[in-house]
Design a protein around this ligand. Structure first.
Ligand code: 5AD
Ligand code: SF4
Length: 439
């Protein structure tokens, strides 16, 4: 009997990419993963609810799958991830052709749930959120052959309750994975040919609290960095309030730690930061950046910004612009504020009109494009270590790689270099990437 076919659509963050890979890994004895839904026996949609726009995508996509199911009633459709967690039974009521609704914790029960559906059971909703849920360590090969990069989740959930953010409600309380599991998963990935690992968590700097056996995040970085054959280690995401000197020093002391830090600031205004419950001031953030650059002068920094948070005045916004000019991030990810269910800020009355949010977003992106280009131009002429990830997206005959500081570099070269660390001379700079040639 030929294997059944699985199609997974993934939205949202790197955590979701990791979760989707786990789904494929859990199901790989019965299903091969295919690139489109047309032929699939099982379709899983891994959803995101961080902003309203991400949530809308689910509804437009799932409509297509309903038509597929009318044509092939045996098709099983599951919706997982953060929207599933948020909506639960309501999704099953609204979209009665769904078979399974499961949250980020529920995904580990997928093999059993699918068997139950195949056995004729009715729709299943698995959206319980356990306080002490531990991410299982799934042994076994990766479903994808020899990827260069992979993620390892080191903790899940979040206890910070920033007033705009839905994550604590859909991913539950913060729990660290035991270091032994993390190390075993990382070593098994490197064994299978992975060269670069990114440690994932909503707030990696507080690793080691519940479940982490007291080793702390800097200790964990040092431990994982020593997996033989690991070319590069990265991590994301950091909360500025918890970023300690010991982690900053890892950028100087751990040779294979990528010299890039994503440090979301969200706003440059103390008033807005206070209302967001971020627990740091603009001054404290800038001080951390200064220390970091003292310790590791060539580190690249990236950040997240929200425009139009309730009550953000023109003056608050200009504080954010000033901060961007002061820090000179390599790149930023900027979003219009979007009210989310359960969150405190969704109840704030002083909402900002959509057109103002959009105008501020454009202003920010325009400013940042100039800063990114200027920083990238300063790299022209330099020789940089680049880990080759695969074919270039723009031109499949070329290669795409990344520098230690996480700049994307396109270059001509043979496919045989995929997975290798090479020296590249940087020749041309763009806002979002570099171009170079092999030395
Ligand atoms: N509206 C807009 N952006 C948001 N983010 C998180 N919640 C919201 C929201 N309600 C952004 C933050 C965060 C990134 C992952 O998404 O900038 O760092
Ligand atoms: Fe990831 Fe947050 Fe979106 Fe969930 S809501 S997929 S945790 S970004």
């Amino acid at each position: 009997m030929s294997a059944k076919k699985l199609y997974i659509a993934t939205f949202g963050c790197q955590m979701n990419e990791y979760d989707s890979l786990k789904m494929a890994q859990l199901l790989q004895n019965e299903y091969v993963t295919v690139k489109g839904p047309e032929e699939a026996d099982l379709v899983l949609v891994n959803t995101c609810s961080i902003r309203e726009k991400a949530e809308h995508k689910l509804y437009s996509l799932v409509g297509r799958f309903r038509d597929l199911k009318s044509a092939r009633p045996g098709l099983i459709i599951g919706v997982g991830g953060c929207v599933a967690q948020q909506e639960g039974e309501r999704l099953l009521k609204g979209l009665p052709f769904l078979d399974i609704v499961f949250g980020p914790q529920g995904l580990y029960g997928l093999p059993d749930m699918i068997k139950a559906i195949e056995g004729g059971e009715g729709p299943i909703c698995a959206t319980g959120l356990g306080r002490d849920f531990a991410i299982p360590f799934i042994k076994g090969p990766l479903p994808e052959k020899r990827p260069v990069r992979a993620f390892v989740t080191i903790m899940q959930g979040c206890d910070n309750f920033c007033t705009y953010c839905v994550v604590p409600y859909v991913r539950g309380r913060e729990t660290s994975r035991p270091p032994g599991d993390i190390l075993a998963e990382a070593a098994s990935l490197v064994d299978q040919g992975v060269k670069e690992i990114t440690l994932l968590g909503q707030n990696v700097n507080s690793y080691g609290g519940k479940g982490g056996e007291g080793i702390g995040f800097a200790g964990l970085i040092k431990m994982v960095s020593q997996v033989p054959g690991l070319a590069r280690l990265r991590f994301t995401t950091s909360h500025p309030k918890d970023l300690g000197i010991d982690v900053m020093e890892c950028f100087r002391d751990v040779p294979n730690l990528g010299r890039h830090l994503h440090l979301p600031v969200q706003s440059g205004s103390d008033k807005v930061l206070g209302r967001m419950h971020r627990h740091y001031t603009r001054g404290e953030y800038l001080e951390k950046v200064r220390r970091l650059r003292d310790i590791c002068p060539d580190i690249t920094l990236t950040t997240d910004i929200i425009t139009g948070f309730p009550g953000e005045t023109d003056e608050d916004f200009s504080e954010t612009l000033k901060l961007l000019k002061e820090v000179e991030f390599e790149q930023i990810f900027a979003f219009k504020y979007s009210p989310r269910p359960f969150t405190k800020a969704a109840g704030f009355k002083d909402r900002i009109p959509e057109d103002v949010k959009a105008r501020r977003l454009n202003t920010i992106l325009e400013l940042q494009n100039n800063i990114s280009l200027k920083r990238h131009e300063a790299l022209c002429g330099a020789n940089m270590d680049v880990l080759i990830e695969g074919p270039s997206k723009a031109d499949p005959l070329e290669l795409l790689g990344r520098t230690s500081g996480n700049h994307a570099v396109n270059l001509p070269g043979p496919k045989g270099l995929i997975g290798r660390m090479v020296t590249v001379r940087i020749e041309k700079a763009f806002c979002h990437s570099l171009r170079g040639s092999l030395v």
